[in-house]
Design a protein around this ligand. Structure first.
Ligand code: OAD
Length: 233
C-alpha cells in the first residue's frame, strides 16, 4: 500500500510563480490593509473595493503558471497517496496536476452568496476568460455574489477534513507558510507520533522543537527537488 503523504502549503509555494506572499517584505498586506480586503467587516464596509481587489487577483492568476515545486508535488502521486492542503486561493496545484486538494481559505476562481457563503448550491466557478464579479451580479439565493474566500472573522469549514488527513499522514510536508494564521497553523499538532515532518521554507518559521521537523531551508522548487531525493531513500 502507498504511504500517505500530506502537503500543507502557503503563499511561498506560489511565490516563484510570481504571486506575492502576504507577510514578507513587499508582501500583499504591506500594499493593502488586510482588514480592508480580507475581513468580513471590510467587505460589509466597502464591497466595491473588496470586489476590485479579488477581480485583480483573478486577472493576475490567469497570467501566471505553476512552478517546478507545484509540478514535483503532483509528480509524487505516482509513488504516494498524496493530499494537498493549501491555504492558497490560487489554482496552481490543480493546474500542475494534483488531484486531492483541500482549499482551507477558499478558491479565487469561485464566487458565492453574500448571505450563505458556504451553501454548496450557491458556489459557482467563474469563467476563465472573464473571471470578474460585478456589483449587482446575483447568487442563486438572490444575494450579491462575493468571492469564495474565507475572510478573517469567518469560520473555516474545511479544517475538519484537513485535520483528518493530517492525522493519517505517514509524511507531512509544510511548504511556504509563516504559520501565522490559525486554524491552519495548528494542523501540525495533529500529526501522529510516527509521522515524519519536513518543512520547505527559505526562512526560519516558528514551530515547536518537539515536532522534530526536518527543515529544508530553500525555496519551493529547489526544496521539492531535495525532498524528492530524500523520499527515495
Ligand atoms: P505568509 O506571507 O504569511 O508566509 C509566506 C511564507 O513563505 C514565509 O514563511 C516565507 O519565508 C515563505 N517563502 C517566501 N518565498 C518562498 C519560496 N520561494 N519558497 C518557499 N517559501 C517561500 O503566507 P501564508 O503563511 O500562506 O489568508 O499566509 C497564511 C494566510 O494569511 C493566507 O492564506 C491568507 C493570509 O492572510 C487569507 O487571505 C484568508
Amino acid at each position: 500500500m502507498k504511504q500517505k503523504l500530506v502537503f500543507l502549503t502557503g503563499a511561498g509555494m506560489s511565490a516563484e510563480s510570481g504571486i506575492s506572499t502576504f507577510r514578507d517584505s513587499g508582501g500583499l498586506w504591506e500594499q493593502y490593509p488586510v482588514e480592508a480586503v480580507a475581513s468580513i467587516q471590510g467587505y460589509e464596509r466597502d464591497p466595491e473595493l473588496v470586489q476590485k481587489f479579488y477581480n485583480e487577483r483573478r486577472q493576475q492568476l490567469s497570467s501566471v503558471q505553476p512552478n517546478e515545486g507545484h509540478k514535483l508535488v503532483a509528480s509524487l502521486e505516482d509513488k504516494f497517496n498524496v493530499t494537498v492542503i493549501t491555504q492558497n486561493v490560487d489554482n496552481l496545484h490543480e493546474r500542475a496536476g494534483s488531484h486531492n486538494i483541500i482549499h482551507l481559505h477558499g478558491e479565487l476562481m469561485k464566487a458565492t452568496s453574500s448571505r450563505h457563503p458556504n451553501d454548496p448550491n450557491c458556489i459557482v466557478t467563474l469563467p476563465d476568460d472573464n473571471p470578474i464579479i460585478r456589483m449587482g451580479d446575483k447568487a442563486k439565493d438572490g444575494s450579491q455574489l462575493r468571492p469564495f474566500i474565507v475572510w478573517f472573522g469567518e469560520s473555516v469549514p474545511m479544517i475538519e477534513p484537513a485535520i483528518e488527513e493530517v492525522a493519517k499522514a505517514d509524511i507531512l510536508v509544510v511548504i511556504g507558510t509563516s504559520l501565522n494564521v490559525y486554524p491552519a497553523a495548528g494542523l501540525l499538532n495533529y500529526a501522529n507520533e510516527h509521522c515524519k515532518i519536513y518543512l520547505i521554507d527559505p526562512k526560519d518559521v516558528p514551530y515547536s522543537p518537539t515536532l522534530g521537523i526536518h527543515h529544508i531551508m530553500k525555496g519551493a522548487s529547489e526544496g521539492m527537488k531535495e525532498l524528492v531525493e530524500l523520499l527515495k531513500n
